[in-house]
Design a protein around this ligand. Structure first.
Ligand code: AMP
Ligand code: GLY
Length: 430
C-alpha cells in the first residue's frame, strides 16, 4: 500500500519507522518529513497545514491510506478533507479533534459526563477573569482555550502572576485568537502520567504508559518545553491505577464523545495527574504525544499499521495489541538556547544505530549530504532495555556518541521514575 504520513518531527519519524515494518506497507511519503525521515520515507515539500495541497498530492499519487499526526491539521479538518476524496485515514475528524482544539469544550465535556478533572471557571472577558482572581486560591492555572504550540498553560504561583497572565492572554493576545476564552482552574498535585490509547470510537486500547519531562533543565528547572525526554512504562501507573483510569476516565471519555455526536477515532492522549483524590485529567490531545511516541512505539510488538487500519474500520476489538515487557528511554537533544532562542545550521553526525537504539530526527534538514540542525528539538535518542535502568543507561551511552556541537540534553531523564520503581511505598506523594 502507498501510505502518506502528515508531519515532520520526531513523533512522525517513530510512526514511520514502526509502520515500515508492516508487510502491508510498500511506500511511505512524509509531508513534509525532515532530513532524518528522508532515510525511511520519501519526503514531499508540502506543509502539514496545507490541506488543499495534501489532498491534491493524495489524488495524484493514488494514496491508499493517510496518517495525520500533528494537532493543527487534525483540528483544521484534514481527515474530513481526505475522507471526502476517498482516502481512509488514521486520526480523528474535525468534530472529534475539538477535544484538544478547545479546552473550554474538553472541560465542559468532563463536567457533563462526570470525568475527574480540576475544578474550573471559563471566562470570555478579561474583567470577569480578573474579578474572579481577586479571591481565587493560589497557585492557580490559566489556560488559553485554543491551540498554542503547547505554551498556552500558565501556572501562576502569585496573584500578580495570575493577573499578568490574563492581561497577556486576553488583551495582548500572546497566543492570538486562542486566548479569546480562558479556563482558570484549580492547581492539582501528584505524579503525571501520559497514556496514549487507540480507539475506534467503541473500543479503547491503552498503550504502555509513559512519563514526559517538560522542563528544559535538570531536576525540572527552567522553562516549559515540548518535552525533553520520556520513559515507558511509567512506574507510578500501577495495575490498580490503570483499572481506575479505564473505568473513570478512558471509557467514559469515549462514550461521552460518541454521545455528543463526535465519535473519536485515532490515538487519544490522556495527560493524567495521580492526585491524592485519584487520577484526574490534566489535558486531552487528539494525537500521539511527542516525545511519548518515541518510547511507546519501540515497545509495540504488534503491527502498528494493522492496528491503525482496525481503528479506521472500527474493528479494534478483534485486534491483538501487544507490548513488550521491557522499558524504553528517549533523551531529547535540543539546540542550545531552546525553548527561547537558538541558531540552526549546525552539522549533526549520528553513529550507526546499534540494536535497541533509534536516532529519531525531529528538527534537521539534509543539505549537500550533511544533516544540519533546523529546529529547537533536534533529535530523540531512544533505547529499549530489559528494565528502566538498562534503558536509561543505553539511551545516555547512545546520546554521548552523537556529534552535534550546538546541542544540549537533560542528564536526568528517567531518574524520578527510577526512584519510584525502587521505592514503591512513595506512591502518590509526588
Ligand atoms: P499542558 O500544556 O496542558 O500539558 O500543561 C503543561 C503542564 O502544566 C502539565 O504537564 C502540568 O504539569 C501542568 N498543569 C496543567 N494543568 C495543571 C493543573 N490543573 N494543576 C497543576 N499542574 C497543571
Ligand atoms: N509531550 C506532550 C505532548 O505531546 O503534548
Amino acid at each position: 500500500m502507498k501510505v502518506m504520513v502528515i508531519g515532520g518531527g520526531g513523533r512522525e519519524h517513530a510512526i514511520i519507522k514502526a509502520i515500515n515494518k508492516s508487510p502491508k506497507v510498500k511506500t511511505i511519503y512524509a509531508l513534509p518529513g525532515n532530513g532524518g525521515i528522508a532515510e525511511d520515507a520519501i519526503c514531499v515539500n508540502i506543509g502539514a497545514k496545507d490541506i488543499a495541497a495534501i489532498c491534491d498530492f493524495a489524488k495524484k499519487e493514488n494514496i491508499d491510506y493517510a496518517v495525520v499526526a500533528p494537532d493543527d491539521p487534525l483540528v483544521l479538518g484534514c481527515v474530513d478533507a481526505l475522507n471526502e476524496i476517498g482516502v481512509p485515514c488514521f486520526g480523528p475528524n474535525k468534530a472529534a479533534a475539538i477535544i484538544e482544539g478547545s479546552k473550554v469544550f474538553s472541560k465542559n465535556l468532563m463536567k457533563k459526563y462526570n470525568i475527574p478533572t480540576a475544578e474550573y471557571f471559563v471566562f470570555n472577558s478579561a474583567n470577569d477573569a480578573l474579578e474572579h482572581l481577586k479571591t481565587a486560591d493560589i497557585p492557580v492555572v490559566i489556560k488559553a482555550d485554543g491551540l498554542a504550540l503547547g505554551k498556552g498553560v500558565i501556572i501562576a504561583t502569585t496573584r500578580d502572576e495570575a493577573i499578568d497572565a490574563v492581561h497577556s492572554i486576553m488583551e495582548d493576545k500572546v497566543f492570538g485568537e486562542s486566548g479569546n476564552n480562558i479556563v482558570v482552574e484549580e492547581f492539582l498535585t501528584g505524579p503525571e502520567v501520559s497514556v496514549l490509547a487507540f480507539t475506534d470510537g467503541k473500543t479503547v486500547v491503552p498503550m504502555v504508559s509513559s512519563m514526559d519531562h517538560k522542563r528544559a533543565g535538570d531536576n525540572d528547572t527552567g522553562l516549559n518545553t515540548g518535552g525533553m525526554g520520556t520513559v515507558a512504562p511509567n512506574p507510578y501507573y500501577t495495575e490498580d491505577v490503570a483499572k481506575q483510569c479505564m473505568d473513570t476516565i478512558f471509557l467514559p471519555t469515549i462514550k461521552a464523545m460518541k454521545a455528543e455526536g463526535r465519535t473519536f477515532k485515532g490515538c487519544l492522549y490522556f495527560g493524567l495527574m495521580l492526585t491524592p483524590k485519584g487520577p484526574k485529567v490534566i489535558e486531552y490531545n487528539c494525537r500521539f504525544g511527542d516525545p511519548e511516541t518515541q518510547v511507546v512505539l519501540p515497545l509495540l510488538e504488534s503491527d502498528l499499521f494493522e492496528i491503525m487500519q482496525s481503528v479506521t474500520n472500527e474493528t479494534l476489538s478483534a485486534e491483538k495489541v501487544k507490548f513488550s515487557s521491557g522499558s524504553a528511554c528517549c533523551v531529547i537533544v535540543a539546540s542550545k538556547g531552546y525553548p527561547v532562542k537558538y541558531e540552526n545550521g549546525f552539522e549533526i553526525k549520528l553513529p550507526t544505530p546499534d540494536n535497541d537504539i533509534c536516532y529519531y530526527v525531529a528538527g534537521a534538514k539534509k543539505q549537500d549530504g550533511k544533516l544540519l540542525s533546523a529546529g529547537g528539538r533536534v533529535l530523540g535518542v531512544t533505547a529499549v532495555g530489559s528494565n528502566l535502568s538498562d534503558a536509561i543507561d543505553k539511551a545516555y551511552a547512545a546520546t554521548k556518541k552523537v556529534q552535534f556541537e550546538n546541542g544540549f540534553y537533560r542528564s536526568d531523564i528517567g531518574q524520578k521514575a527510577l526512584a519510584k520503581a525502587f521505592k514503591p511505598e512513595s506512591a502518590l506523594k509526588g
